[in-house]
Write a protein that binds this ligand. Structure first.
Ligand code: PMP
Length: 416
């Protein structure tokens, strides 16, 4: 299929895509399920579910150490996923891919290894106000341990970072710049390549939290020229419990191991232990083999549809929903940056976001409510939380129409 055919396949054949997701075809509270909580975790196509089943029915064994056939099959399948992950983000080589539990563990790994080894008291780490707690707390912990300073770039009202302040916040003390590629609360897409160039000029490394970008944007780590890129399988139609950390070879080789144990060693004696080469140096113990193996099927699912078609479809949903929802009395979107992924966070005047979440759930509509693990961001907007609607490839315009009607009826009922 060429790209244009692929695009029409999504736009004209949503029913076929939806039919690949068994979970979507159910009633929740007596209504057909509408799943708009994709930024928290999206649903899994049947191919991924079957890949898990197939692995456990036919191929399971522990990896890397065995000589028997199943050990070999499991090892090959696990390493094939590494290759698929590398090619998905255009890494130079699959050795630059480390499997973790998720984005959170990826960032913690960088803080615990790179951070502990290379940062000294007085050094600085720069983040923005829109970061997820997993791109704040690991750095705070490191700062406390090593006497570093965490600097936070403020936002503009529309939810873009105030990049005009970037130059003045960077200095030769800045050692790590760690920024979210796409914000889970605002949808804002950040200009990673440009920020990275500035970070590199002062000698800092560029770390990217790609949790919300991997399934929704084209990712090319060589083009971005970032030093690390962390993301999670469960937000990209893949299994839970699998994270992917890309790191440039030169850093991974220079960094000490993250955890000690089996799998990450060359030789152990009581006098001296030598470590495996990358990536195994960072994968101590038995990893989450089955989910890593099935993650490759999730990548194949995304690749079959194509990022271009995905972006086009999700942008269509974002535009349509942003306009339709804004017509509701008292509705306000938090995060109106010009470049956004399919995330709409909103507040409705006079109605608590938790109440809205519960009332929408009663109508079969799943949305997320609260601070979305971005409490400092909420504080910056002077709110406690929002309702967040987030899209995936299987969402439809009809679902948005039902959401708008449901919100209107809730508003009318509560305000009458
Ligand atoms: N960063 C962002 C922007 C996220 O949205 C999330 C998940 N909500 C994370 C990091 C953490 O991802 P995980 O829970 O998969 O480790």
């Amino acid at each position: 299929m060429n790209t244009i055919d692929q695009e029409s396949a999504v736009l004209n054949d949503l029913a076929k895509i939806r039919s690949a997701f068994p979970i979507l075809h159910q009633q929740v509270n007596g209504k057909p399920l509408i799943y708009f909580d994709n930024a928290a975790s999206n649903q899994k196509p049947i191919s991924v579910i079957q890949a898990l089943e197939h692995y456990y029915k036919h191929d399971h064994s522990n990896i890397h150490r065995g000589l028997h056939t199943l050990a070999e099959r499991a090892t090959v399948a696990y390493e094939e996923s590494r290759k698929a992950a590398a090619s998905f983000i255009n890494a130079t080589e699959s050795d630059e891919i480390i499997f973790t539990k998720g984005t959170t563990e990826g960032i913690n790994l960088i803080a615990s290894t790179f951070g502990r080894k290379f940062l000294v008291p007085g050094d600085e780490i720069l983040i923005t106000t829109m970061e997820h707690h997993s791109n704040i707390v690991p750095w705070q912990m490191l700062c406390e341990e090593k006497g570093l300073e965490l600097k936070v770039l403020p936002l503009l009202d529309n939810g873009e970072a105030n990049w005009s302040q970037l130059n003045s916040m960077l200095s030769d003390r800045t050692k790590i710049v760690s920024i979210v590629h796409a914000s889970n609360s605002l949808g804002t897409i950040n200009p990673i390549k440009e920020i990275g160039e500035k970070a590199h000029k002062v000698g800092a490394i560029m770390v990217v939290d790609g949790a919300q970008a991997a399934a929704h944007l084209d990712i090319d780590v060589q083009h971005l020229n970032c030093d690390f890129y962390a993301f999670s399988s469960h937000k990209m139609y893949g299994p839970t419990g699998v994270g992917i950390l890309y790191g440039k070879r030169k850093w991974l080789e220079a960094m000490p191991p993250y955890q000690g144990g089996g799998e990450m060693i060359k030789e152990v004696s009581f006098d001296q232990t030598t470590y495996s080469d990358i990536p195994h140096k960072f994968e101590a113990g038995t990893p989450n083999i089955a989910d890593v193996v099935a993650f490759k099927t999730a990548i194949e699912f995304i690749d079959r549809i194509g990022k271009k078609a995905i972006i086009k479809h999700e942008n269509l949903l974002l535009d349509y929903a942003s306009k339709a929802l804004t017509r509701i009395d008292g509705f306000r979107i938090i995060g109106t940056a010009p470049e956004k992924v399919g995330v709409i966070s909103f507040v409705l005047e006079g109605i608590h976001h938790f109440d809205l979440g519960i009332m929408l759930d009663a109508k079969g509509i799943a949305v997320r409510t609260g601070h979305h693990c971005t409490q400092p961001l909420m504080e910056c907007y002077g709110i406690e939380g929002t309702v967040r609607v987030s899209f995936a490839i299987y969402n439809t315009i009809e679902e948005i129409d039902i959401l708008v009607k449901s919100l209107e009826s809730i508003v009318n009922r509560l305000r009458s």
